[in-house]
Design a protein around this ligand. Sequence first.
Ligand SMILES: [Zn+2]
Length: 137
Amino acid sequence: MAEKKGVAGERDKQGICVLCGSVGEGVPAAPDFAISSARKIRKLLGMEERHTIACEKCLQACIQKREKFERMNRNYRIYAALFFLLVFGGSTALRGFDARILLPALLGCAIILLLPYGHYSPKFESGKKSGKNSQEL
Ligand SMILES: [Zn+2]
């Protein structure tokens, strides 16, 4: 009946800490787009597969970094929308619809949306299930 699922789970906790780079046990990062593409690239290059984790020491800092990144992401989405409105909306209001402005406006939006990824931090679930309403100020 026991399908050795516990063993696989234990191995998931082994990895390299995203913050201090130490190899050991910790909380694994949620496999989002960035994490899974990094893993794919590593596989393509024939490198050893490694889980991204946060070690116990760095977990709190990693969670805070993630919150900062998520906040930045939300803000920059608004900036991108404003930029688009300003450039494309402004151009349309002044000179009428011009399809040639659409591409640079969208390109500008894409660049703005990518900026927060300079501060990318993967998502970590804190081990304590009861501490979901932890609001640090
Ligand atoms: Zn660490």
